[in-house]
Write a protein that binds this ligand. Sequence first.
Ligand SMILES: *[C@@H]1O[C@H](CO)[C@@H](O)[C@H](O)[C@H]1NC(C)=O
Ligand SMILES: *[C@@H]1O[C@H](CO)[C@@H](O)[C@H](O)[C@H]1NC(C)=O
Ligand SMILES: *[C@@H]1O[C@H](CO)[C@@H](O)[C@H](O)[C@H]1NC(C)=O
Ligand SMILES: *[C@@H]1O[C@H](CO)[C@@H](O)[C@H](O)[C@H]1NC(C)=O
Ligand SMILES: *[C@@H]1O[C@H](CO)[C@@H](O)[C@H](O)[C@H]1NC(C)=O
Ligand SMILES: *[C@@H]1O[C@H](CO)[C@@H](O)[C@H](O)[C@H]1NC(C)=O
Ligand SMILES: *[C@@H]1O[C@H](CO)[C@@H](O)[C@H](O)[C@H]1NC(C)=O
Length: 434
Amino acid sequence: MRLSSLFILLASSVLASPFSHKHPAHKRYDNDHNGIPDWCLTNGDIVSCLLSESSYVWTTFTASTSAQAISIPASTAVSVTTSAAATSSSASASSYPTGTLPDASTWNSENGTKWHVSTVGSIYSSTVPSMGWDNGRTSVLGNKSFWIFGDVLSHTGLQNGLSTGPSFYGTPDDILRVDMGNITNVTDILLAPPAPSDPVPEEPFPFWGLSTGNVAEVSPGIGIGFVWEIWRNTSGVGPDRGLGIYRASLGPDRPFGNRTGGLVAGPDALPVGIMTIMNAEGYIYAYTDKVGSGIIVGRALVENAFEIDAYEFLALNGSWVQGIPSYADAKLNYGLLGEGDGGVVTISYGQGSILWSNYFEQYMLFTGSWGSSMLFYASQTPYGPFEGPYYIETVLGYGVNVHPFWSPDGSHKTLYVSSGWDNVIHMYKLDFDC
Ligand SMILES: *[C@@H]1O[C@H](CO)[C@@H](O)[C@H](O)[C@H]1NC(C)=O
Ligand SMILES: *[C@@H]1O[C@H](CO)[C@@H](O)[C@H](O)[C@H]1NC(C)=O
Ligand SMILES: *[C@@H]1O[C@H](CO)[C@@H](O)[C@H](O)[C@H]1NC(C)=O
Ligand SMILES: *[C@@H]1O[C@H](CO)[C@@H](O)[C@H](O)[C@H]1NC(C)=O
Ligand SMILES: *[C@@H]1O[C@H](CO)[C@@H](O)[C@H](O)[C@H]1NC(C)=O
Ligand SMILES: *[C@@H]1O[C@H](CO)[C@@H](O)[C@H](O)[C@H]1NC(C)=O
Ligand SMILES: *[C@@H]1O[C@H](CO)[C@@H](O)[C@H](O)[C@H]1NC(C)=O
């Protein structure tokens, strides 16, 4: 792991202010002792915490009588976070098995010994045998997993309709089965339908295109997600319209994404969070890819996640700058720590997903190179510097995503990763023994 102390210093000076100044009284807990402060909601003496951000389990306890929780003031929570970067191998007292991620060149030579990749199968619909889909991600609210897709239609025609952004529940004991309830026609099945004030598509681009990312849980059963709207024709081509925010919740047959209002940014803005988003260290982190030249990260405190003005974005000079930049400005001047400074430039073409790995005790950002490989990058912080790329498999595919809900015991010693091609989404199993 090549992590210079320069980066750690930079990270802590960058991180310190928003937390300690805005929320001096806010307490943090580290219930799973992984060195990463849990996200907690406080209601008087009652505290609910989301444990390790990728195990999706909320725990509720009485703060004044709790022996299990370590309470740490916000200002030290920040230094816990950054010192975890420097001392990760010794920081954990969690019960998960752990391993050491080798450097990227050693990784390749350890294929088949220290790590294994195998195929699992293709995901399928519980109601329509010929269902096809792309860009499938999973998210979790209230310990219930669900899929969000890009385009969904039958492999054999339009007899089951067409949707450009539906969501369906997953199946806890069968990662491949998409639980479509009693839905067989996907027309009008949209996770986050356009708001009434959004500009209505006009010829020659008469259809909506709705790009969605995943959802991050902000309180038990409630999540945030972003949608990027375009107008499109039947080839899928058309002008950008802008960015929307939705509040995700668990509907009876499928999840709902209710828009918070009209578009929050216009067609020239950075499409915030469309690659992936994550609840970590008290923030919602939102990632956007620069299509082959890096990744931009933004964030807002979890309690302000639905306020677009609360988001700040990491510039290449190391400053967090408030306000959504234009996509053009962001491509030139924004990126993860280390990018443009001799560090690894994280390459993603479209989708990806990031998790805190309980096994490696690092963040792992899974993504793909267009049409050719599944890979990940690793970092001690959500914003870099990242190491990698760590190549997993050479596959014809895109929309590479990780599905930690199905990792046995939440340990992340085994991870499931998917990649799609030609409206089929293939699932792979990744086992570590590092
Ligand atoms: C979460 O859901 C899984 C699968 O349904 C179940 O095995 C597990 O016990 C649940 N965890 C909690 C804390 O409810
Ligand atoms: C699917 O449902 C939509 C909306 O109800 C309807 O207009 C369409 O005809 C249906 N498609 C098919 C192929 O039955
Ligand atoms: C599908 O199921 C929901 C509730 O589970 C019910 O309200 C709805 O009527 C059902 N639709 C059909 C077409 O059976
Ligand atoms: C969709 O729009 C693009 C860009 O204007 C155009 O090149 C393409 O031919 C259009 N497709 C259809 C089916 O009209
Ligand atoms: C949220 O969206 C669902 C599905 O579109 C809808 O049935 C429900 O009424 C919406 N809730 C609110 C509060 O707008
Ligand atoms: C860092 O870069 C951003 C984005 O270009 C800019 O707005 C900001 O003023 C710069 N800050 C410093 C200290 O140079
Ligand atoms: C690792 O080995 C598997 C075969 O077991 C192969 O399919 C895969 O492409 C290899 N990955 C890399 C990065 O070499």
